[in-house]
Design a protein around this ligand. Structure first.
Ligand code: 8YV
Length: 313
């Protein structure tokens, strides 16, 4: 029997690419000089599409794959994937939630600690030989402070659990209050920002959350407040954030995500009150292996006509 023809959109973890290539007739769209022309000529050959939160699949791509039976995506974010276009064709979409909650929540706390205690800044201080000239300036205590979470979803809840180990009070803002959490609900993002010492963004990306963290929200957080973003750069007005950091209208920010990755506006590099990470929250061997396995499981299940382990649509 001939192998299922699977289209790969964007690079994936090498070990996942290798395992998919062993099992399926895998074709790398990202290696095509003219992907659109390739899709127009060969789109009908593929029954499966493997992609990632980074590359997704838009309506045009899904339309170019008329025999598509399954989409399996690496990552929890779905804002780059046109779920409606898949849904109307009855194409199941798999993704990889939950397995990355721990590492993403850990990264949120890395950023909370780093930006408040100025860990990366102090490392630069030691390397520059400045310790020889005098002590590092005092920083801000984290334990016992107030942590506001925008987006109390799967990852937000794990962040809240981590916060309890730091004796922090947690409140959150979602569109609606939850019935199964003991944490306080703030009816608006603005009131959450006013209350919080640390505002952690853990919401989904996409049009519904675009620009939610505006200049007004940053000013509500105020000169003693810190912003941490492990969700999507699009949730924050990046220009407003840059200005707030430059003018010290907020105390600092820890960012794992940006509006136009991997392009980080160079003006951020000049600032000592911001910690910049290259979107690494889920990048551990353990979590990436679990995500890769989930991509394979979802794909195999759907091709066998069974329910996926994690279905988004
Ligand atoms: C990945 C992520 O780095 O899961 C997500 O949505 O943002 C990260 O875990 C990225 O999606 C891989 O494409």
């Amino acid at each position: 029997m001939s192998k299922t023809r699977v289209l790969q959109h964007g690079r994936l973890l090498p070990v996942l690419e290798q395992r998919l290539a062993e099992r399926y007739d895998l074709h790398s769209l990202w290696q095509e000089a003219d992907p659109e022309a390739f899709l127009a000529a060969h789109g009908g050959e593929f029954t499966a599409l493997v992609t990632s939160a980074r590359f997704g699949a838009d309506a045009a791509m899904i339309a170019d794959l008329p025999n598509l039976k399954v989409i399996s995506s690496f990552g929890v974010g779905l804002e780059t994937l046109d779920l409606d276009a898949a849904r109307v064709r009855g194409i199941p979409v798999g993704y990889t939630p939950d397995v990355l909650n721990d590492c993403v929540a850990d990264t949120a706390f890395v950023l909370v600690m780093d930006v408040a205690r100025r860990i990366s800044a102090s490392d630069r201080f030691v390397r520059r030989g400045e310790w020889l000239k005098g002590p590092f300036p005092l920083a801000t205590k984290v334990s016992g402070k107030k942590l506001g979470i925008l987006g109390m979803g799967r990852i937000g809840r794990v962040i809240a659990r981590r916060a309890s180990g730091f004796d922090m009070e947690v409140r959150y803002h979602n569109r609606r209050p939850l019935t199964d959490t003991e944490h306080g609900y703030e009816p608006t993002l603005r009131s959450l920002a006013e209350w919080a010492d640390f505002l952690v963004i853990a919401s989904a990306g996409g049009p519904e959350t675009r620009g939610l963290v505006s200049r007004e929200i940053l000013d509500a957080l105020g000169p003693d407040g810190y912003l941490v973003n492990i969700s999507r750069g699009s949730v924050v007005d990046e220009k407003a954030l840059l200005e707030a950091l430059q003018d010290k209208r907020i105390a600092g920010a820890g960012l794992d995500v940006f509006e136009d990755e991997p392009n980080v506006p160079p003006a951020f590099f000049e600032l000592d009150n911001v910690v910049l990470l290259p979107h690494l929250a889920s990048n551990t061997n353990e979590t990436r292996a679990a995500m890769a396995s989930r991509v394979e499981e979802n794909l195999a299940a759907a091709l066998a006509g069974q329910a996926m382990v994690s279905a988004a649509a």
